[in-house]
Ligand binder design. Structure first.
Ligand code: SF4
Length: 603
């Protein structure tokens, strides 16, 4: 490592006050400067922070956007979601390969461009899409992919390759993105206007306990999917022992098919920050952290600007709105590419600079969360709802939606429909009504809640979206008659296999076994007993996994088995002459040859 590089690392660590809790920011900055975080650089960071090198290496090795291997100055990450595949990502991938002369996972011989696959980047309404460094390229075609590579060969500046900006704040000077919002239906909670500070002033006219009572009376439940009552979470956090408290906003939506937070962050960040500030007041926190997924880094400068504006308007900082004693500010914590960090305890670990491993519960974050202090972790949409409740009143909010699920829900609609995008709908809406709204008369199946949710067929289209029937964090993926639901279930399992943190065996191994079994069925070697295996193993993985990822990862298999069993059975082989259809003698011989390093003729 040169003296210059050592000085750079030192400078970056100093920017973050040599705080090991800011390790993710530090290694992100080092990687942006050096192309990777490896060897001597890891030692230098560890020295500066006063921690063991293993701690740094363990963080670097965990996150998909960090690398110990040298990468190109430009990294192209093509999204490999099922929706991207349905929209032609295979052709785009081929164009990238041909034009660059490398395969995925490789870097061009001149060391300038790296090509990778990546899971969901939050653009299913404009797929296929890719991230080129932090720049999003939606609606890709083979031709556009070739144009991008040719442009990069000239100047390695992806931002210069954007031809048209998207709508709304996507065209803001600090965003300048080609992304579109695709807001198809605006409702009264998230998309109605609100003057900045109005809800905060109304909240500050009450004491914090009254604010929590308002939120409890509204019966607001968390919009991330689990549906925990928000007022209760705030109350637990406020009443927990300890002086310092924190408010964390989870903007790490990474479930394939989910992109509602992207649109809120682009168009309604004021409402979100209003909600965060009210939550901070209610729980007694002076610090809020917005955990922003790495895929949305293109919004960071804009969001920092919005925060700065709010400081200028005295809506953040000391004595907010002249209310002596209420000090609250928000910082942005970048993620680094790990779906599991959407789990609240994994997110807390990540905010502290560690690997995004989920923690054992109890203690719950409300008792012992960020830096060991009581912490409320809330979803982006939930905090927007909280601000609206304080502005319009709990009873106004409670009369929207259904009795067990008050308010509205943002749906991220994608797949085989005419109008993919964002729909703000009242809870209690039927799935068939959503299909009408987005133009999907030929829908064969709908995946609700992303891969961890459930796949429903036409006999389920009369069901309703609410916590008492079909709950969802927002993803609504539509599949037409020509789609293969068994293949889709396998694709979703691939995602979970990739994203499992590996801590517990049922999740780490069980999902691989489920995937193997699905591959056998897809390869025409499945037998009736494979369906029993899928069912039993799926239930075991759900029951024995530590966090929400493992507890929901078998859902694609279990719900497609429940609602589309005929599509599995049509692929099965019946054993004949005592032989198992699943046993592939050629594959077994090839594997044995590989393991023993002998060719078949050798003794
Ligand atoms: Fe990690 Fe999966 Fe276990 Fe969750 S369930 S802790 S993701 S291995």
């Amino acid at each position: 490592m040169s003296e210059r590089q050592t000085a750079d690392v030192r400078g970056i660590c100093r920017t973050y006050h040599r705080d090991p809790g800011r390790l993710i920011d530090i290694v992100r900055d080092v990687q942006a400067q050096s192309g990777c975080v490896a060897g001597a650089t890891i030692d230098a960071i560890a020295r500066e922070l006063g921690v063991h090198r293993v701690e740094v290496e363990s963080t670097v090795s965990f996150y998909a956007f960090l690398s110990q291997e040298p990468q190109g100055r430009v990294v192209i990450r093509l999204c490999d979601d099922i929706i991207d595949e349905m929209n032609g990502s295979a052709g785009v991938a081929e164009a990238f390969r041909e034009e660059l002369g490398i395969d995925f996972g490789e870097t061009t011989p001149d060391g300038k461009i790296t090509l990778e696959w990546t899971p969901c980047i939050g653009m299913c309404d404009q797929a296929p899409a890719a991230l080129v460094n932090d720049v999003v390229f939606p609606n890709l075609s083979r031709e556009v992919a070739r144009t991008i590579v040719r442009g990069l060969r000239e100047h390695l500046m992806p931002q210069r390759l954007i031809q048209h900006y998207g709508d709304g704040n996507n065209a803001h000077d600090l965003v300048q993105s080609a992304v579109s919002n695709n807001i198809r239906q605006q409702g009264p909670v998230v998309f109605a206007p609100m003057p900045a500070g109005e809800a905060i002033r109304l909240a500050l006219a009450m004491n914090p306990v009254e604010v929590i009572r308002q939120v409890k009376t509204s019966r607001l439940r968390g919009r991330g999917g689990a549906g925990f009552p928000t007022g209760m979470k705030w109350e637990f956090t406020r009443n927990a022992a300890g002086g310092q408290r924190y408010l964390l906003c989870n903007a790490d939506e990474g479930e394939p098919g989910t992109f509602k937070d992207r649109v809120i962050l682009t168009e309604r960040s004021d409402l979100l920050f209003e909600g965060m500030t009210i939550a901070g007041y209610a729980i007694g926190a002076d610090t809020g952290i917005l955990y922003l997924r790495a895929e949305y880094a293109y919004l960071r400068r804009f969001l920092e600007h919005m925060l700065q504006e709010r400081r200028r308007q005295e809506l953040l900082g000391k004595g907010i709105c002249g209310h002596e004693g209420f000090d609250f500010d928000i910082r942005i914590q970048m993620g680094a590419g790990a779906y599991v960090c959407g789990e609240e305890t994994a997110l807390i670990n990540s905010c502290e600079g560690f690997r995004g491993d989920p923690r054992n519960r109890p203690p719950f974050p409300a008792q012992e969360g960020y830096r060991g202090c009581p912490t409320s972790v809330n979803n982006v949409e939930t905090l927007c709802c909280a601000a609206r409740i304080l502005q319009k009143g709990a009873s106004w909010f409670a009369q929207l939606g259904s009795s067990g699920s008050t308010g509205t829900k943002l749906l991220s609609v994608s797949g085989d429909c005419m109008r993919p995008g964002i729909y703000e709908v009242p809870f209690g809406i039927k799935i068939a009504e959503v299909l009408d709204l987005c133009g999907a008369p030929e829908a064969h199946a709908v995946q609700i809640g992303g891969p961890s949710g459930q796949m429903l067929g036409q006999d389920g289209f009369g069901r309703t979206i609410c916590y008492d029937d079909v709950a969802t964090g927002g993803a609504f993926m539509i599949f037409g008659r020509e789609r293969d639901v068994v293949y889709i279930a396998a694709k979703f399992l691939d995602f979970f296999v990739e994203e499992s943190c590996g801590y517990c065996t049922p999740c780490r191994v069980g999902n691989v076994l489920l995937k193997d079994s699905l591959d056998r069925i897809l390869g025409g070697r499945g037998e009736p007993r494979d369906l029993d295996l899928l069912q039993r193993l799926g239930k075991t993985v759900k029951a024995c996994s530590r966090c929400g990822l493992g507890q929901t990862s078998p859902n694609p298999v279990l719900t497609t088995l429940e609602h589309f069993r005929g599509e599995y059975e049509a692929r099965l082989q019946m054993p004949t002459n005592g032989r198992r259809a699943s046993f592939d003698i050629q594959a077994a011989l090839t594997e044995a040859t590989r393991i023993t390093s002998r060719s078949r003729g050798e003794r």
